[in-house]
Design a protein around this ligand. Structure first.
Ligand code: HEM
Length: 469
């Protein structure tokens, strides 16, 4: 679809923003803005803050690829986050470049080939721990269960054996607390840092605990020679823009940034995968069939990922509909034009993969779950920026290959061994990512090979037809 010919921006003034907020909540507001604009540029009237919402793939291509040098991070929201994640991988400029070089290499396909066996073995252990907890008499909260599972798998990748599983859980909790306590500052970025705000104390407490846990681990890694394959060792070998080693503070904040970027998004995406499979038993049956063929009753292996073609398509479709990156902000450095809309220097543009993934012109019947959309031919024929759950351009996710391996092996391992029961009525809720509204329960029982049962649930369809207008 060509970019819509917009001579003027599609405005969503404050009174309509509020009306939609009341009717559909924050996510309803975002969804309706996207539905009405269908790819046109939308100016959101949020009081003094009037960002442009971009969803059309041509516009995303302009911001993330063709004109990327004009669109840095640095949106006010990032300044608040910078108190937690620093100016390394979560920032811009030379500090970001130094971290990015290390982390991209540290999570590259070559690295995954070398460490794939260890990752697959972590997946198997994490799945068995999950099954031991998610029992019929006491369904596990799916988000908690998937968070724990993700921590088991990322902990050796981030820290080697320097941080125990329990410490990794604690670290994850403290990072989540620190992040939550920044929400006020992210929502009101114009308030100076010196002015006290709700959440400040919780933030300080959490960051102190995080430092108490991470700094000794960094010290241990340094004394061990810093030559491990884990990311913390990789960062110890990194060099800053001045050619000197990265400081402990830089490394610690990068690790926190990795948690922020990689832990919750992975856990929530896996949670939605179980919900979706419970709603689509035929798809679940297809994943199990493939797992039986490829794993053949054995443990997961890294080489299986390439062969689990349908499972990868299912995960891709889960990430289309439940794209954790619902808002990716950038700031225009100089005056520009997007479509035919003038973008003065200093304007915040908010890209929304979540909404781009719902544009009917690129995704016919967009709310229908259909892994077939990710067949080779269909992918080739689609606009390259119509699908970007991991972002695109200079800041594209460094954890993409890792998450693909992790998620595909988790689905295949669970379904080859267990029947899964999902309870709850989950619809996504707008937060930093998209957690389910309300509790989702998860029960795993050893697979009943005599029955047809695979995955069942008492979830309701969370995607009612969009309300007109
Ligand atoms: C479902 C899982 C994940 C999703 C949906 C996701 C999504 C994203 C997106 C959209 C971006 C781009 C942000 C931007 O352009 O500003 C990003 C960046 C990033 N992601 Fe992920 N991510 C996931 C998993 C992971 C994992 C597992 C890790 C690490 C182990 C990770 C580490 C990062 C880092 C470090 C960046 C920043 C890269 C940079 O700025 O250069 N992510 N991710």
């Amino acid at each position: 679809m060509p970019a819509p010919a917009v001579d003027h921006v599609h405005a969503l003034p404050l009174h309509r923003v509020l009306g939609r907020l009341i009717r559909g909540g924050p996510l309803g507001l975002v969804e309706e803005a996207g539905r009405q604009a269908q790819g046109a540029v939308v100016r959101l009237g949020l009081g003094p803050f009037r960002p442009l919402l971009l969803t059309h793939p041509d516009h995303l291509q302009h911001v993330l690829r063709d004109g990327a040098e004009n669109y840095a991070r640095g949106a006010a929201m990032w300044n608040a986050l910078g108190r937690l994640t620093g100016q390394g991988i979560a920032g811009e400029g030379p500090g970001w470049r130094a971290s990015r070089d290390v982390l991209r290499g540290g999570m590259s396909s070559r690295y995954l080939q070398r460490t794939g066996e260890a990752i697959a073995s972590s997946v198997e252990q994490a799945v068995e721990e999950l099954a031991a907890r998610a029992r019929p008499e006491q369904p596990e909260d799916a988000v908690t269960a998937m968070t724990r599972l993700v921590h088991r798998i990322i902990s050796p990748v981030f820290f080697g054996s320097r941080i125990s599983a329990a410490q990794c859980d604690r670290l994850g909790r403290e990072v989540a607390t620190a992040l939550d306590s920044l929400l006020w500052r992210m929502a009101m970025p114009f308030v100076p840092h010196g002015v006290p705000m709700p959440g400040d104390r919780a933030f300080l407490r959490a960051t102190r605990t995080i430092n108490r846990m991470l700094l000794p681990a960094i010290d241990t890694a340094r004394r061990q020679g810093g030559d491990g394959a884990d990311l913390m060792s990789g960062l110890l070998r990194g060099r800053g823009p001045d050619g000197r080693p990265l400081t402990d503070q830089h490394i610690g904040q990068d690790i926190v940034a990795l948690f922020v970027a990689g832990s919750e998004s992975s856990a929530l995406t896996l949670t939605w995968a179980w919900v979706v499979l419970a709603r689509h038993p035929a798809v679940a049956a297809g994943v199990r069939r493939e797992a039986d063929e490829v794993l053949a009753g054995g443990p997961p292996r890294p080489g299986h990922v390439r062969k689990l073609v349908f499972t990868r398509q299912v995960m891709a479709e889960v990430m289309r509909l439940y794209s954790m990156a619902w808002a990716v902000p950038r700031v225009a450095g100089q005056d520009d034009t997007i479509g035919r809309v003038p973008v003065p220097a200093g304007t915040t543009v908010v890209l929304s993969p979540y909404l781009t993934h719902r544009l009917a012109a690129f995704w016919p019947d967009p709310l229908r779950f259909d892994p077939g959309r990710f067949g080779k031919q269909a992918v080739r024929e689609r606009h390259p920026l119509a699908y970007l759950p991991f972002g695109d351009g200079a800041h594209q996710c460094v954890g993409q290959a890792f998450f693909t391996m992790e998620s595909v092996l988790v689905l295949a391992t669970v379904l080859s061994r267990y029947d899964v029961h999902v309870t709850g009525d989950p619809r996504p809720r707008l937060a930093v990512a998209l957690p389910p509204r309300g509790r989702v329960g998860l029960v795993l029982t050893p697979r009943d090979r005599s029955a047809q049962k695979i995955l069942d649930g008492d979830v309701e369809n969370p995607w009612p037809a969009p309300s007109p207008g």
